[in-house]
Design a protein around this ligand. Structure first.
Ligand SMILES: [Zn+2]
Length: 122
């Protein structure tokens, strides 16, 4: 075969042209068909933070839930570029929404009770 870049005659098994360094068609033929794993790290982070928000939202107000929710949304948007841990991004989004709504209702309820005056503050 001949180099498609410089035209030099090459060994049939050569994966790269020794003359100009351009890869031959053999190089692409040898590569595995499956894509390398691209882990959806933001999705994992969203899931973990969302879970923390669900468990500890009463101490830290709604902050972990909101951060988890934002990270999960970014993770879900990012899904097309990744082929691993995409399920966690979706799970994180669900956990984030549940966490946010759950603690939002708790805080609305708590503030409502305080405003009502029936909650013994002193
Ligand atoms: Zn060449």
């Amino acid at each position: 075969m001949f180099c498609k870049n410089c035209g030099k005659e090459l060994d049939d098994n050569a994966v790269i042209c020794p003359n100009c360094g351009v890869p031959t068609d053999k190089l692409y033929a040898q590569q595995p068909l499956s894509e390398p794993k691209k882990i959806n790290g933001i999705g994992i982070a969203g899931f973990v933070v969302g879970l923390l928000g669900l468990l500890g939202g009463n101490y830290l107000f709604l902050i972990p839930g909101i951060i988890g929710l934002i990270l999960s949304i970014v993770g879900v948007v990012h899904m097309k570029k990744c082929n691993s841990a995409n399920g966690l991004a979706v799970a994180g989004l669900i956990v984030g929404i549940v966490s946010f709504i759950f603690w939002l209702l708790i805080w609305i309820l708590a503030i409502g009770i305080i405003m009502d005056g029936s909650y013994p503050l002193y």
